[in-house]
Design a protein around this ligand. Structure first.
Ligand code: SAM
Length: 382
């Protein structure tokens, strides 16, 4: 174990070490990475606790293998060592038996160690006051992100990063944007802020959700901030009629088939760009449970069945968008350690996509559904 820690550090292949299954129940997990502080290399251990806080401690790199070794089985019962050359896992059983599974095969790819003082360039500043983030309780009035909202802050920024690199939106006219199933609408405010405040563009944005009280609250915040183009509408997205073909449709964690309604609404209203992060995937679970497909062997263990349904549902969604002429990319929204619901489906309408290609994609879609014995809701809507 000590050799393993020593060699991944010395070879420069260590990405991070995740320390989980802690002995102290107040601790959720710790993540250790190498950082460079004033020219000296340290192993920085960030510990996340159940009260939403994160603490750091820095260990001199020469002391790191021993320090990690001492934590195994005393502070943590599972340690995953992630490197550029594969992964190793150390597990300590209830009886104290230590197992090491080493899948690291060094091919010479080195990891760049980040400086401790580096400033990550977020699209929305992590340190400056931002009006909507203050109103929504993500930042205090001086611009500091509240500990409990760090994950939300990272999620919003990552979404904006993936939006900003997706497509060059026209700046010579007003943009029309939708957020469907907007909920408390952190994302709606962020997208509106990004285009209007950071990019000086003119935007009308319609955001729809079933929850009347939340919609009323969001409208009051928009009014208070003077976000005159940002409108919140209470209602079912099934019944919502967009005013025009949207330049962009966004949706974050619309539950189960609500994501299908979002995608169908975006496609049928001619949205140029679609960015949707699906939520739970129950629909396919129910259909696959009936059995009789090639995937039956993957249905025995519910955790694997869940992963199969998540991946199959979202892959079929991507394929359906492609069959409608979208260039589609499935991206990772945030660190999967923060939430498993971290896939972002990004579609950009390609008006040069041939009918032949669209037909081929639809045939492929139908054939996969047949093989799996499923009838996804999205296919019924489109
Ligand atoms: C998990 S929440 C996500 C909210 C928000 N996008 C976020 O990420 O914070 C899902 C939201 O979808 C809304 N929703 C579900 N089905 C809907 C429908 N058919 N029409 C409108 N809103 C719907 C719910 O009211 C809920 O606010």
């Amino acid at each position: 174990m000590l050799e393993l820690f020593k060699s991944v550090i010395e070879k420069g292949i260590l990405k991070k070490i995740i320390l989980s299954k802690p002995a102290d129940k107040k601790i959720l997990k710790s993540v250790a990475t190498l950082v460079n502080m004033k020219g000296e290399l340290y192993l920085q251990i960030e510990t996340f606790t159940s009260d939403g806080k994160a603490t750091h401690r820095n260990i001199k790199v020469s002391d790191a293998p021993d320090a990690l070794g001492q934590m195994v089985g005393t502070e943590y019962n599972q340690i995953n060592v992630l490197t550029s050359a594969g992964e190793a896992q150390i597990k300590v059983s209830g009886k104290g038996k230590v197992t090491l599974l080493n899948r690291i095969k060094d091919k010479g790819e080195r990891v760049t160690v980040q400086g401790h003082d580096r400033k990550k360039q977020h699209i929305i500043s992590a340190t400056e006051p931002v009006d909507f983030l203050f109103e929504l309780g993500v930042k205090d009035k001086d611009g500091r992100v509240f500990d409990k909202k760090r994950s939300k802050f990272r999620q919003i920024n990552r979404f904006l990063e993936l939006l900003s690199e997706a497509y060059t939106f026209p700046s010579d006219r007003e943009l029309y944007i939708l957020d469907l199933c907007c909920g408390k609408s952190y994302l709606s405010f962020a997208v509106y802020y990004y285009f209007t405040v950071l990019r000086g563009m003119s935007v009308t944005m319609d955001c729809v959700d079933l929850k009347e009280d939340v919609i009323e609250y969001c409208n009051s915040v928009a009014q208070k901030l003077g976000y005159t183009g940002l409108h919140f509408i209470a209602g079912d997205i099934n019944d919502f009629e967009p005013k025009a073909a949207p330049d962009l449709t966004v949706s974050l964690h619309a539950c189960d088939i609500a994501t299908d309604i979002v995608l169908a609404k975006a496609v049928t209203s001619g949205s140029k760009v679609i960015m949707s992060t699906p939520c739970c995937h129950h629909e396919m679970m129910h259909q696959l449970k009936a059995g009789g497909s090639d995937c039956d062997f993957m249905l025995t263990h519910s955790i694997l069945m869940q992963k199969l349904c998540d991946a199959a549902t979202d892959s079929l969604r991507c394929l359906m968008l492609e069959s409608k002429g979208y260039d589609v990319t499935a991206l990772e929204l945030i660190d999967p350690e923060e939430t498993p619901k971290n896939v972002l489906i990004r579609g950009i309408f390609n008006d040069k996509c041939s009918d032949q290609k669209k037909e081929a994609k639809r045939k492929e879609y139908d054939s996969i559904c047949q093989r799996l014995g499923v009838e996804p809701y999205l296919a019924k809507l489109i």
